[in-house]
Design a protein around this ligand. Structure first.
Ligand code: SAM
Length: 238
């Protein structure tokens, strides 16, 4: 169960309302039963339920355990924003596949229009989806999910940190297994439903991105990033 504030051994915490309801009404746990809490920082904490009231389920936090280690390959998915539920699917599955960071990207052919208020709501929703995926997959570290930003703005923030820079392009010149190894970090840029435009590709190339091709078929945007994450984790990560 994800708790929003940092956890410490011995503290008594109130579970988030939805999680509390799930524990009390769906799982029908009672005082003295065990749950596992995490705060997104990487470890997890066994805990014992201490109170089940209508709106407040509380638990006493036990000693921090090192959770299963994260992949040695730190993958960032810069995903052209896809319509509606597709983006939820991408956030959920990318989290299961161990992504470290997701950057929702606005590019030449982005169809989704997000004003500031809608962008904030979508971001909060995607973060909640990632929390659910962490709970489901036993991951104790939440992926970072950035606010949506234009491709150029994201490219301008990139540091010279040695991360491999890969743009998923149906006409890309290299395949995952031909990379022959990766540094411990990689950036993966995926176009939206309509793909990257010419100006996007020029900007990605100018920023040093290689074109990565996932076979001769055209994949939907929600398939492409997830397939690339799975391939790179299997070949070079964990
Ligand atoms: N006609 C568009 C084009 O040529 O880019 C197709 C866009 S595709 C539906 C959406 C995104 O998925 C693309 O921008 C690309 O990032 C990725 N993609 C789809 N198939 C791919 C493939 N075989 N190899 C690499 N990337 C692919």
């Amino acid at each position: 169960i994800h708790v929003d504030s940092p956890l410490a051994e011995g503290a008594e915490v109130t579970l988030p309302e939805q999680a509390g309801e799930h524990v009390a009404r769906v799982l029908r746990l009672g005082v003295g039963d065990a749950v596992v809490l995490f705060d997104g920082s990487g470890g997890d904490f066994p805990a014992t339920l201490t109170g089940i009231a209508r709106r407040a389920v509380t638990a006493r936090v036990g000693a921090r355990r090192e959770a299963l280690p994260e992949s040695p390959l730190r993958l960032t998915l810069a995903q052209g924003i896809a319509r509606g539920e597709k983006m939820d699917l991408i956030v959920q599955k990318a989290t299961e596949l161990g992504v470290a960071r997701i950057v929702p990207i606005i590019s030449e052919r982005t169809e989704v229009r997000l004003d500031a208020e809608r962008a904030d709501k979508r971001l909060a929703h995607w973060r909640a989806v990632a929390v659910g995926a962490c709970e489901q997959s036993g991951r104790a570290r939440l992926p970072q999910i950035d606010a949506p930003r234009p491709l150029d703005a994201w490219l301008a923030t990139l540091a010279g940190d040695g991360a491999a820079r890969l743009a998923l392009l149906p006409e890309g010149e290299t395949a995952p297994r031909a990379l022959g190894g990766l540094p411990h970090q990689a950036l993966l840029a995926v176009g939206p439903e309509g793909g990257f435009g010419e100006r996007d590709v020029a900007a990605l190339r100018a920023a040093g991105f290689a074109g990565l091709r996932l076979g001769p078929r055209i994949l939907r945007t929600e398939t492409a990033g997830l397939a690339a994450l799975a391939a790179l984790q299997a070949l070079y990560g964990d």
